[in-house]
Design a protein around this ligand. Sequence first.
Ligand SMILES: C[S@@+](CC[C@H](N)C(=O)[O-])C[C@H]1O[C@@H](n2cnc3c(N)ncnc32)[C@H](O)[C@@H]1O
Ligand code: SF4
Length: 401
Amino acid sequence: MPEGQPAPSDGSLPEQARSELSLRPLGIYVHVPFCLTRCGYCDFNTYTAAELAGEPGSSRAGYVDAAIHELGLAARVLGGNAPTVSTIFVGGGTPTVLPPDDLGRLIAAVDEHFGLAPDAEVTTESNPESIDSAGLHRLRELGYNRISFGMQSAVPHVLATLDRTHTAGRALRAVGEAKAVGFASISLDLIYGTPGESSNDWVESLRAALSAAPDHISAYALIVEEGTRLAARIRRGELPSTDDDDLADKYLIAEDLLTAAGHTAYEVSNWSMSAASRCRHNLGYWRSHHWWGIGPGAHSHVGGVRWWNVKHPRAYASRLASGMSPAQARELLSVEQRRVERILLELRLADGLTTSLLTSTEKSRLVDLVARRLVVVEDDMLILTRDGKLLADGVIRELLD
Ligand SMILES: C[S@@+](CC[C@H](N)C(=O)[O-])C[C@H]1O[C@@H](n2cnc3c(N)ncnc32)[C@H](O)[C@@H]1O
Ligand code: SF4
């Protein structure tokens, strides 16, 4: 996390940021910092029951009350200028370790405090083994209309290396169950490049995911995060490191198989069957809309102000209980920082980036990038090519340097 500057203890925002509220949609992210077990590759802000045992104020049972408390604070800070909420995304961690009725209370509280747009997209993440058909049915009744399951792989030895506790079959059945109870959109998350995964293993995972016909698939290159069990195993030589060429090959395999099955990549790592099945909440991040992140460690952005909450569930609960904002620190972005951030994010989208955001020096660098077939310019939109997507970070560096 960046260091930032101190955030006001009442959570207040500069008037300039609040004055932008009506200009762009507002999304609410709710972080659920609990998992049944920790996967060896994951460094998200999440805790098992054993890790939280004896930590006052950090029980699962009280968590939704604390999150609703922060929603009340958000409504007071944003005031009457806030637009109705157009997307809610409950992520984790594993939101579905909480009872569906608790997850439903989050939607009701957003509606009560802000109003929820009639066509709002309301997503929860879920681990396939943490929910059953009855639970999915209840989530639908309570207003969830989109669900994202972490499948990661269909191959037993890959799932084992990732410490996943579900089978591929369970992930695929969960998609069928979610369809049967009427979820409008269903996504599967996959990871490629796990040590020991062959290209054939990756093809098998993609084919299995496609066989369940979700309307959205995210495929992420495995990141070996410092401090994780996976990183330690690689350092000790128990597992091979990830390899950039292997990751690039697997990205292209994903693009080919998913495209052949009717999906389109609308962002570098996200494919959907139609424009309607794109994740509107995540598009809000990439398009610099406003979002308020509820929960320990959650990040927020409103009108060029970015802030992040204290990380530990105990600290989070105790701040709210004493009437303080859980924000740990914040950054007030300058006009130039906001422009650069838009370039970083929007270039990852298939719709591309308007060239009007670029300075004349940056525009002059486009000639070379176009000649090397890393980008194209169509109707004043700058769009990464297939090769450009493999080198997205490098393209952005060259453009901005
Ligand atoms: C943080 S998880 C939350 C969802 C849920 N707990 C699960 O595991 O399915 C969201 C997604 O992030 C991805 N992810 C987590 N750690 C990652 C890593 N080190 N490298 C690549 N993807 C990662 C996984 O695909 C996962 O499905
Ligand atoms: S990948 Fe998902 S289930 Fe595994 S530890 Fe991270 S958040 Fe929890």
